[in-house]
Design a protein around this ligand. Structure first.
Ligand code: GCB
Length: 595
């Protein structure tokens, strides 16, 4: 082989991908250094910081953060003289020029870091939408695909005491083969949308763990602890002091200890969201965490929490920042959104249409709100593309890895409104099997479509239903499908003896826009949809939950109607300014009745 060919082959070898050391869970419970704040950015619509003029990857791109070494040297960028953007945060709502921007933005943050001897250091990203190429001190650490899940890279041997520069190329161009694909009904907020931090760990540390009640049991806690490092064979202790538990296990040569213990526990529920302080202690590391214990299962058409049938009084939520708009990312955002859901009378939220930031699930744990969490397998994915499947599996895995110890999470959902085909069924079955192999303690669902058997009968018989624990169904009777009264004469049938969650219904209303109940976009029209829907829903014998669309108005490029939508989907029960619409109170009354 000619040296030149060999060289070009070497260049094509993919760099390390994220997660090779394993996604680190519970970052709040570890020693971290925040890299949040202002980052210097270069907007690069042609990706000239990445490709040369022949559109070949350049080895001298912006990630080098180069400076002219003398007055004659030509360098056409300068991070230090560039604008800044706040991290976490989307770029669209931080700069008017970037409002509709879809493409590449380079982010740079300089930092010093004195690593303690015998420690390891990782850089952790809560999320970057959509594709991230990450470099430290001019060298590539790796890349990550998927806009809503965390990833980390080890930098132990690369981080210097002073003068580090971390550069991230974030690209949010939509792609036909991506997850989600080209068409969505939400804003494609780009950027480092969640927190960025450094995590320092001992040489061998507790990388991940799964500590949950065994399905069907009230007192048996099972799971595993996974160590990362070179001293993998260790004694691992799980302590729950409040429950008088301290049990030790031994990790195997691969660093995994299997956990199995019994404890007298007060179970977690929305009425009593009990969380225990749990200590996971290895010989070389320890992590502390708040964990709730509860059982969620189905029997026939019932959903049982801790053995008791319940109705999921829910609402859908997008990760849209309350009041200020843009991507939500903070604990305060989570508390505001979930408090509104509570005020509505909800004991359940559907976090649409992708994994939300970790504060949402942690606050849901504290506030006693059950969660449906999903991946953006939305509308028309490339079902036959193996890379698309790999990507969806990876996003699913990262979501489950991050949130599997949250009692609040009761449902993993694998898809939203995906059109029937054999290829789609194969794809989704693969995801379901994968989810079950990672976590056998949650219910699996998907938001399916339904069809009319005749003008007054809605039928749920999507073949996917066979593989789900809970049937999810979106319907827009009264909005896309007839007028609100149409709901009155509808009967619902299902092929499956399984619980149904009506995972979406609703219609748009501009806050304070009034008219009669047949005038589109008015609060009265939306209110009327809710009245007719609730009357219809009450008659569905196998209905065990509802999550109408949606808690608050959210930005969508598909919604241009001037004076009404102005690029907002107005199906919120609450406006983008926090004002409650009439329908909010209709649902609140029903949920009050259902308690
Ligand atoms: C749906 C989608 C949701 C949309 C909603 C709408 O069925 O699942 O993402 O935003 O309808 O408002 O049309």
């Amino acid at each position: 082989m000619k040296p030149l060919i060999l060289l070009s082959l070497l260049v094509l070898v993919p760099c390390v991908r994220a997660q090779e050391t394993g996604l680190i869970v519970n970052t709040e419970g570890r020693k971290t250094t925040s890299l949040n704040g202002q980052w210097q950015v270069i907007v690069d619509p042609y990706e000239s910081g990445f490709y040369n003029y022949r559109y070949q990857p350049s080895d001298n791109g912006y990630f080098k953060n180069a400076k002219p070494k003398n007055k004659s040297e030509l360098i056409e960028y300068d991070f230090d003289k560039s604008e800044t953007l706040k991290v976490p945060g989307d770029w669209n709502t931080q700069s008017d020029q970037l409002f509709f921007y879809e493409g590449t933005v380079w982010y740079k943050k300089s930092f010093d870091y004195q690593r303690k001897p015998n420690t390891r250091v990782f850089v952790y990203f809560g999320a970057a939408n959509y594709f991230a190429d990450v470099y430290l001190n001019g060298e590539k650490l790796g890349q990550h695909e998927g806009g809503f899940t965390p990833f980390n890279f080890e930098i132990t041997n690369r981080v210097k005491d002073t003068g580090n520069f971390l550069v991230v190329k974030v690209d949010n161009k939509r792609r036909l083969d991506a997850v989600p694909t080209l068409m969505t009904d939400w804003w494609n907020y780009g950027g480092l949308t969640r927190e960025v931090k450094l995590i320092e760990t001992p040489q061998t540390f507790v990388n991940d763990y799964f500590v949950q009640l065994q399905p069907g049991s009230r007192n048996r806690v099972t799971g595993w602890v996974k160590l990362s490092g070179d001293k993998l064979n260790q004694r691992v202790t799980v302590r729950i002091p409040e429950a008088g538990v301290s049990r030790s296990f031994t990790s195997n040569a691969g660093g995994t200890a299997t956990i199995d213990l019994t404890a007298d526990l007060k179970l977690w529920s929305p009425d009593s969201p009990k969380l225990y302080e749990v200590f996971i202690e290895a010989e070389t590391d320890q992590v502390r965490e708040q964990i709730g214990f509860r059982n969620i299962e189905t029997r026939g058409t019932d959903i049982l929490l801790n053995g008791r049938p319940l109705f999921l009084r829910g609402v859908c939520i997008h990760e849209e920042a309350p009041l200020r708009g843009g991507r939500a990312y903070s604990r305060e955002d989570a508390v505001t959104l979930l408090s509104w859901a509570k005020e509505l009378g909800a004991n359940f939220v559907r976090l649409a249409h992708y994994p939300h930031n970790e504060f949402m699930v942690r606050e849901a744990d504290r506030m006693g709100i059950m969660v449906w969490s999903e991946i953006p397998v939305y509308w028309t994915i490339q079902w036959e593309n193996p890379d698309t499947l790999k990507n969806a599996r990876n996003q699913l895995q990262e979501m489950i890895t991050r949130d599997k110890n949250r009692a609040a999470v009761v449902i993993w959902s694998v898809a939203n409104e995906t059109p029937l085909s054999d290829a789609r069924l194969t794809f989704l079955k693969n995801l379901i099997t994968h989810a079950r192999s990672l976590d056998g303690t949650r219910l699996l669902s998907a938001a399916m479509e339904r069809h009319y058997l005749n003008p007054t009968t809605q039928m749920i018989d999507d073949p996917l239903g066979e593989f789900l624990d809970v049937l999810g169904c979106n319907e827009y009777v009264g909005w896309y499908d007839g007028l609100p009264e149409k709901a009155d004469g509808l009967e619902w049938k299902s092929k499956y003896q399984k619980p149904l969650v009506m995972s979406e219904f609703g219609g748009d209303a501009l806050f304070n826009h009034h008219g009669d109940a047949l005038t589109r976009w008015t609060e009265e029209y939306q209110e009327s949809i809710y009245h007719h829907q609730i009357a219809m829903l009450k008659k569905i014998p196998f209905l065990r939950g509802t999550s109408p669309w949606i808690l608050t108005d959210f930005r969508s490029p598909r919604r241009p109607l001037p004076g009404i939508q102005d690029y907002w989907n107005r199906k919120g029960l609450i406006s983008d300014r926090g004002e409650k619409k009439k329908a909010f109170y209709v649902l609140q009354d029903w949920y009050q009745e259902m308690r």
